[in-house]
Design a protein around this ligand. Structure first.
Ligand code: MSP
Length: 473
């Protein structure tokens, strides 16, 4: 049994969860469940990123205290994660006192690589990111993601000397010591790494008061990304707990492609500076788009995940985001596609299959023989081990569709009608056992529906009292 540590990006709490946030959770949960099924022990972090100006500003706009605002919104994320049936083990908030103390300790331990200097340049509060002159010029001074002009900054900041770590990071990427997935993102990151200047890691308190104070300098507050990235180890109790030594390095860190640069450059720099091993894999997923466009409040195309969950329930939600949203590429969400996936695939392919087999088994008193579980197939494990979740899901779905074909070809109802009892038993047992084997592979994707299906075919077989995926809800 191995110990596997899985992490997700911690969202900013300046708004409600949206469907894009579900990607980190669903992918990481799928991996966690798969690893548990293989007998491994899992530590699985989720949490919320609660500092920074954009959050403080939002609370101010709403005339509520920032503590209250972040608490309310953090709870919304927790509630959302629970609704998605995410099997996490740890929930961290960057405003937890323990986290703040440990983040300060991280700063102290990095001090050999930190220096103070004047920053003159640009910043995007939406991205919470310093903008280079090149980017400023390329985007004509306006952030393409937030449609807001970059802010001009002239301030004294602390810097992390990225140049101390470049060779080591490049090496780790090239040798896959820290694997970046998908592979095609590696080149982008290697290029960014070469261009990366030392990064500013603090803001003057006059410009940013909602953050973790820099140790021994009350005039400065930590840059939100330094604080946020630390969560992956502070949640394990870095530096002083046994837990930390048992679980670090992470096996898989799930992030969206938009924030890979922080995880593939600043984060490894911090870890190397701390003398710690690097994460084994950074899995960067694509974006969920709406009608071909990035979701944004200003365009007004943000989809409320609670509405999506409300339409057909959790299985449909996980089905869509894990199968029809490609793991690595950007993919569109539309209500038409969603309705279609639910009605034609979940309800028709899987729901009807279960209903038909269970009804026939009940009617003909078919009882399954005791047998060992077939185990997960090599092809399936090969895809899951490479984090190719949507492909692994397709692979399992092919099995479901083949079973539908087999039923139509083997026509067990005719065997029953003709009194060919032995043949009927053989045919039904083979079909049901194949279905049950496929459902074990489906479990990481659709835990709720899979449990129900396993239940239907355990012991005396009866069809589900209500259809698994009713057409009308
Ligand atoms: N707070 C930072 C992360 C710090 S991790 C140390 C942040 N927050 S975020 O709320 O903007 O994004 C959280 C996660 O949601 C990121 O992995 C991001 O890529 C993901 N997504 C946000 N919008 C998304 C889509 N439209 N589609 C898919 N994922 C998206 O970045």
């Amino acid at each position: 049994m191995n110990k596997i540590y899985i992490t997700t990006a911690i969202p900013y709490v300046n708004g409600n969860p949206h469907i894009g946030h579900a990607m980190d959770y669903c992918l990481a949960d799928c991996y966690a469940r798969y690893q548990r099924a293989k007998g491994n022990e899992i530590r699985f972090q989720v949490g919320t990123d609660e500092h920074g100006n954009k959050i403080a500003q939002k609370a101010k706009d709403l005339s509520i205290s920032v503590d209250k605002y972040v608490e309310e919104n953090s709870n919304k994320f927790k509630d959302f994660i629970t609704k998605l049936n995410i099997s996490y083990t740890d929930f961290i908030r960057t405003t937890d006192l323990e986290h703040e103390k440990r983040a300060q300790e991280i700063w102290r331990r990095l001090s050999d690589h930190i220096y103070k200097a004047k920053y003159e340049g640009w910043y995007c509060t939406g991205c919470e990111r310093y903008i280079t002159k090149k980017e400023y010029d390329e985007n004509n001074g306006v952030c393409p993601d937030h449609q807001k002009p970059y802010e001009k900054l002239e301030e004294e900041n602390y810097y992390l000397r990225i140049s101390d770590f470049k060779d080591r990071i490049r090496d780790a990427i090239l040798t896959n010591e820290m694997e970046i997935l998908p592979d095609f993102r590696k080149k982008e990151i290697l290029k960014l790494l070469e261009e990366s200047p030392d990064v500013s890691i603090s803001r003057p308190i006059s410009q940013l008061s909602w953050g973790v104070p820099v140790p021994d300098d009350s005039s400065q507050v930590m840059y939100v990304w330094l604080d946020a990235l630390s969560n992956y180890i502070t949640v394990l109790g870095f530096p002083d707990t046994l837990d930390f030594k048992e679980w670090w390095p992470a096996d898989a860190q799930f992030v969206g492609k938009d924030i890979l640069r922080f995880h593939a450059i600043i984060w490894p720099a911090m870890l190397i500076g701390l003398g710690l091993p690097l994460p084994k894999t950074l899995v960067s997923h694509g974006m969920v788009l709406c009608d071909g466009q990035k979701m944004s409040k200003s365009i007004g195309n943000v989809i409320d995940p609670i509405e999506v969950l409300g339409k057909y329930g959790l299985d449909a939600f996980r089905y869509y985001f894990l199968r029809h949203v490609d793991t690595f590429a950007d993919s569109d969400f539309t209500w038409e596609k969603y309705d279609d996936a639910y009605n034609n695939e979940l309800a028709n392919d899987l729901g009807n299959l279960v209903q038909r087999l269970a009804t026939l088994a009940e009617k003909n008193h078919i009882l399954l023989d005791e047998r060992d579980k077939a185990g997960l197939s090599d092809e399936y494990c090969g895809l899951m081990d490479k984090f190719e979740f949507s492909k692994a899901f397709d692979y399992v779905w092919d099995k479901i569709q083949n079973l539908n074909k087999r039923i139509d070809e083997e026509k067990p109802w005719s065997l029953a009608k003709n009194g060919e009892i032995e043949k009927l038993e053989r045919c039904m047992k083979s079909l049901i056992n194949s279905l049950v084997d496929a459902v074990y592979e489906l479990m990481p994707f659709l835990p709720n529906a899979s449990e129900k299906i396993i239940d239907v075919f355990s012991g005396e077989i009866h069809p589900p009292k209500t259809p698994l995926f009713p057409k009308e809800r």
